[in-house]
Structures are given as C-alpha cells and as structure tokens.
Design a protein around this ligand. Structure first.
Ligand code: PLP
Length: 340
C-alpha cells in the first residue's frame, strides 16, 4: 500500500467527479460562452456574496492577477514572511507586477493589525515605495494549516480602510478554515476586495481556482488572465469538477482534520520527535530530534513502509491529509508509526 502525505494536491478525481466532467456542457470560455464555467463563476460569487468571479488554471495565477489588479509597478504590498505569494510563486510579485514586499514577522503565518499598520510607508514620504495592498493567507500553508481569528481580520480590514489599502485573501485552503471554524463564505466576502480559492487542494479537483471581487475588478482580472496566458477554451470540463466538489467535498474536510489530529498525537508519542505544531486543519508540521534520529533516517524508514512525506527545510517536516488518504491507510499508517 502506498500512502502519499506529500500534499492534498495528490488526489485523483473520483468516479462521480469524472462522470460530472464527462457530462459537462462546454463552450469556449475565452469568448465567455462556456455554460459550465459561467455557472461555476456565478455560483462561487453568490456563495461569497461577491459581485463577480473568474476561473483560473491555478491558485498562483489567481493570486498574481489579484496583485496586478490592485497595484502599480514600484508600489509595495504587506504580507507575512511565510506567505505563499512571497515564498512559493516564483518571485511573481516582482516579475508580473514590479511590486516589492514588506514582510511581517508574524506567528504561524499570521500577523496582527498593529504590525500591519506599522509596516505602512507614509504616503507623503516619496522616498519609500507607496504601500497599496495587504495580502492575507487562510489557512496558512507554511504556518501549518493555522486558521485566522476573524476578529483580527476585521481589525486589519479597518487598517486597510483607514489607509486606503486594498485587501486580498489567498484562500487556497479557505474551505478548510470554514469547516474547522464553522464560518461562512459570506463572512469573508464582506471583508476582502479580492479572494482566491483553490479547487485542486482539499476539494480534490484535478485543476482550478477562482478569483472573486467586484465586477470592475474582475473585468480587469480577465484582461490580466489573458496576458498571463490563462485563457482556456473548453474549460467547462474542469469547472464541472469544481461544481461537483462544492456539492460533495466540503463537509468531508472535517475527516481530513480529524485524521491529521490523530497523526499529530501519534507523532507526539515518538521518542525522536522534538515538536509537533498545533494542528487545526489538514496540515501537520513537526521536527525531528536529530540527536536521536536524522531527518533522512526518518524519511527512509517511512519510505520502507510505503509512506511518502516531504521536508520544508530548516528541520521542519510536513504531512498533509486529503480525500485519497483512506480510513484503511490511516489505520496502517498509525500502526506503522508505533513500529518506527
Ligand atoms: C497551493 C497554494 C496556492 C496556489 O497554488 P497552485 O499550485 O498555483 O494552485 C496559493 N496559496 C497557497 C497558500 C497554497 O497553499
């Protein structure tokens, strides 16, 4: 049995999802005539109570488009030092938008309103880049799947309003936060100018993200998506998978969270594990006590048991639970851990 906990992106479309894809009504989305893409965009916009939505091939392209919508070259955005937009999008913020980042030393990928306010460059001090955007990530990826306190997000929103800054949410795993905190999409829709959500992470789709915002912003985003080469033709086959996931794959995220917490508890009992970070959703980040067992040795022992995970550098290892990590696999994995 192969157990793959490298990421929640390793899932394969289920039978039901494939059927929904095969039966999709499609058109040419570059001409905006793909009925299934249009239906997905309308549905996600309504779900968040936002005006408009746009389908993207990746979360990276959705985030990068949002940043381009909100900024001009030479300006600066504020984000946490762990932010995906800064660390894992290939330097796209400078490449695509000519924008720099003011990094905040937050906690598990989350900053507070005071830190954000202090990071804003005075707008009349023309020597510094003009601050125009704040980017948030929920759940935080490098922060170990941590969920924000929505009250803090409201405080940061107030800072953005006071200083005329745009407010973007990288919600690649927002679905996990909604399930874990029992929150609604509308609560986020009313806070942010733009939100990106992924369908290819915990929701189990092969491809797809959606960017949400006002009609005017999404009109701009459509043009930027075109420039980035993100216009897709019979994309309805992919949008059908996302529609299927909205119906069938959201509530079940609680199972992934439960399994992650059980793995965390099992790890804590192992003598060579130094630290397991608090687990709120489907991501487990932990450290090995290298005096007792090397990281390499641990990964090798897991591999011998058919288990794949990855390191994040700096002594941190990560596991992510997902739809294709079954109850049976969970049982086998927990047993294997006690034998390591
Ligand atoms: C996965 C992810 C993205 C988008 O990644 P793609 O692989 O481009 O879809 C964006 N933000 C976060 C926090 C992510 O985990």
């Amino acid at each position: 049995m192969n157990i793959n906990l490298i990421s929640d992106t390793v899932t394969q479309p289920s039978k039901g999802m494939l059927e929904a894809m095969m039966n999709a009504e499609v058109g040419d989305d570059v001409f905006k005539t793909d009925a299934t893409v249009n239906a997905l965009e309308a549905r996600v916009a309504a779900l968040f109570g936002m005006e408009a939505a746009l389908f993207f091939p990746s979360g990276t392209m959705a985030n990068q488009t949002a940043i381009k919508v909100h900024t001009q070259p030479g300006e600066q955005l504020i984000c946490d030092k762990y932010a995906h937009v800064y660390n894992y999008e290939g330097g796209g913020i400078s490449f695509n938008s000519g924008v720099s980042c003011k990094l905040i030393d937050g906690h598990r990928g989350m900053m507070n309103a005071g830190q954000v306010e202090a990071a804003i460059n005075p707008p009349n001090f023309y020597h510094s880049p003009l601050t125009t955007l704040v980017c948030i990530e929920n759940t935080t990826n490098k922060g170990g799947g941590a969920c924000w306190d929505i009250e803090m997000l409201k405080k940061i929103k107030q800072v953005c309003t006071d200083h005329h800054l745009a407010y973007h949410l990288d919600g690649a795993r927002l679905w996990n936060a909604l399930v874990s905190k029992n929150e609604t999409p509308e609560q986020y829709g009313e806070l942010f100018d733009t939100i990106s959500v992924c369908f290819s992470k915990g929701l189990g789709c092969p491809v797809g993200s959606v960017l949400l915002g006002s009609k005017a912003m999404m009109d701009k985003a459509l043009r930027i998506r075109k420039i980035l080469g993100g216009g897709m033709r019979q994309a309805g086959y992919l949008a059908a998978a996302a529609l299927y996931a909205l119906d069938h794959h959201i509530d079940r995220l609680a199972e992934d969270h439960q399994k992650a917490m059980e793995i965390g508890k099992a790890l804590e009992r192992l003598p060579f594990i130094k630290k397991v970070e608090p687990i709120e959703t489907n991501i487990i980040i932990f450290e090995i006590d290298e005096d007792k067992l090397s990281e390499e040795g641990f990964l090798k022992r897991l591999a011998e048991n058919g288990i794949s995970i990855i390191g994040m550098g700096q002594g941190k290892l990560r596991m992510v639970t997902h739809m294709d990590y079954t109850d049976k696999m969970h049982e086998v994995f927990l047993k294997a851990l006690t034998r390591l």
